[in-house]
Design a protein around this ligand. Structure first.
Ligand code: ZN
Length: 252
């Protein structure tokens, strides 16, 4: 086992770690109701099921104003340890909120609409259509740190083909939202499946996550590969091999 992996595995509590004391404090600190803190019964530690998760009190939902968004950037600048009133940072909140409009522009695009127009006059073409090496930039929903890489998409058309640039725009639409690479891969496959109704769709995404390279385990150059196979790609292993061979540059 190499050092990086070792440092990831749980080594037990450090000497002197007072689990009971800490758990108690943590729970009290996280409470946002006014039940008595300790009435002598054992402290409840079971986490709530995900389905019970609610927005904690005091967290607003819905879209803020631009001024509120800029104020939030100033808060984060102070949190990072800098002074938002120094000259170099004065216009940063304006620039960041503007950049967000582009980086997260996928929220205002309807991916289904992108695929609605198909070209039906394709002389009965029904073999594989593969678009590979579609570059994308995204942000992980866990850290809001970029991950970027390439997406490869293949489908077997039934009722016509879409413009090739539309597939790239579908990738962009989901990339410019917060999610995980796994979710993004499935979202791309889902929308192609539901709108184009192909005989099969295959999506592969390979990406480098800066949240892994810059923080946490700090490993650069690691690429994460995710894939989704639907229809004939799911049912027939030969179709997966054909897809992977084409993606990897065979039979150009
Ligand atoms: Zn992350």
């Amino acid at each position: 086992m190499d050092a990086a992996l070792k440092s990831l595995s749980y080594q037990g509590d450090a000497p002197g770690f007072d689990r009971n004391g800490l758990d108690g404090q943590g729970l009290n600190g996280m409470r946002n109701d006014d039940r008595p803190v300790n009435d002598g019964r054992p402290v409840e530690v079971a986490p709530e099921p995900v389905s019970a998760t609610r927005v904690p009190d005091g967290i607003e939902t819905g879209r803020p104003s631009r001024a509120e968004a800029e104020a939030a950037v100033r808060t984060l600048l102070r949190w990072a340890g800098d002074d938002p009133t120094r000259e170099g940072l004065l216009d940063t909140p304006t620039r960041v909120t503007k950049a967000y409009e582009q980086l997260f522009g996928g929220y205002s695009v309807d991916a289904e609409k992108l695929l609605e127009r198909v070209f039906e006059e394709v002389e009965g073409y029904s073999d594989i259509v593969l678009v590979r090496d579609i570059p994308f930039h995204s942000h992980c929903e866990h850290h809001m740190v970029p991950f970027m890489g390439l997406a490869h998409i293949a489908y077997y058309p039934t009722r016509g083909v879409v413009g090739l640039s539309k597939l790239a725009r579908v990738v962009d639409t989901f990339a410019r939202r917060l999610q995980t690479q796994e979710t993004m891969t499935a979202q791309i496959a889902d929308v192609i499946e539901s709108i184009l109704k192909p005989r099969g769709v295959a999506v592969m995404v390979e990406a480098e996550h800066l949240c892994m390279a810059m923080r946490g385990v700090q490993k650069a150059g690691v690429s994460t590969i995710t894939s989704q196979f639907r229809g004939v790609f799911k049912d027939n292993a030969n179709e997966q091999v054909r897809f992977l061979t084409l993606v990897r540059g065979g039979a150009k």
